[in-house]
Design a protein around this ligand. Structure first.
Ligand SMILES: [Zn+2]
Length: 239
């Protein structure tokens, strides 16, 4: 290439660089679903913190308000505080704690919520889980993904392994949460009525184990659903 050709090539190179930068700076919409207030925070709180600090928009979609031994008012206030810490937005699918319904009506109403959010990615419970509400929202989420023709990337998280999530297989994605571990801990402890002194150390042990696998101190692990579009990647979005 002579000097004249080289000069001609410069604008193209600059244009290519601008495009790459635009792609890198793209803002994504991510929905993290949970059977109850607290599930997304425990499973993916570090990842949520990294996504929002990178400028992405994250909604935590809870299947119900968590009312049981603790009132709905307290659970909703705790979730609001947890979301403030993570800079996420709470949203409710208005089912009842411990009485999850998965039928055609609820598939449709859940799909409408997902459709209105228009996410680039949804992260939900791994479907093999001891809690029926967790299995229900995984099922509702998968059906929405299927009905909406795989238009968003679908990922699965693990939460309270052994207590809730069981038989979580080899992760496809790891997010290093070392730098945001304190923020995640605060969001988990915002759910003060839900015995965080028991559940947080359990989840933190999982984060340490996933950290070993990802060659860092603490990590969260995810499984990408095959058939997801390649327009969103959790590793890229959190970096
Ligand atoms: Zn739960």
């Amino acid at each position: 290439m002579n000097r004249r050709d080289l000069l001609k090539a410069i604008p193209l190179t600059a244009a290519a660089a601008t495009t790459t930068l635009a792609q890198e700076k793209r803002k994504y919409k991510i929905v993290v679903t949970g059977g109850h207030p607290g599930d997304p925070e425990y499973a993916a709180g570090g990842t949520i913190a990294r996504l929002t600090s990178a400028g992405h928009d994250v909604t935590l979609l809870y299947l119900n308000d968590g009312a049981w031994e603790t009132s709905a008012d307290i659970r909703i206030a705790e979730a609001k505080r947890a979301c403030e810490i993570l800079k996420a937005r709470p949203l409710y699918a208005n089912q009842k704690n411990g009485h999850a319904i998965v039928d055609n009506d609820h598939y449709q109403s859940f799909q409408k919520i997902i459709e209105a959010e228009a996410p680039d990615a949804v992260i939900t419970h791994w479907p093999i889980d001891n809690h029926p509400d967790h299995r229900a929202i995984a099922n509702l989420t998968f059906e929405s993904w299927k009905q909406l023709k795989h238009r968003f990337a679908l990922y699965y998280f693990e939460v309270s392994d052994g207590e809730d999530t069981v038989q979580f297989p080899a992760p496809t994605h790891y997010v290093d949460i070392t730098a945001v571990a304190d923020m995640k801990k605060s969001a988990c402890y915002a759910h003060a009525s839900q015995t965080p002194d028991f559940y947080y150390p359990l989840q933190d042990t999982v984060a340490t184990f996933r950290g070993f696998q990802a060659a860092t101190k603490k990590a969260e692990a995810f499984i990408l659903q095959l058939g997801s579009p390649n327009t969103f990647d959790l590793t890229v979005a959190t970096s």
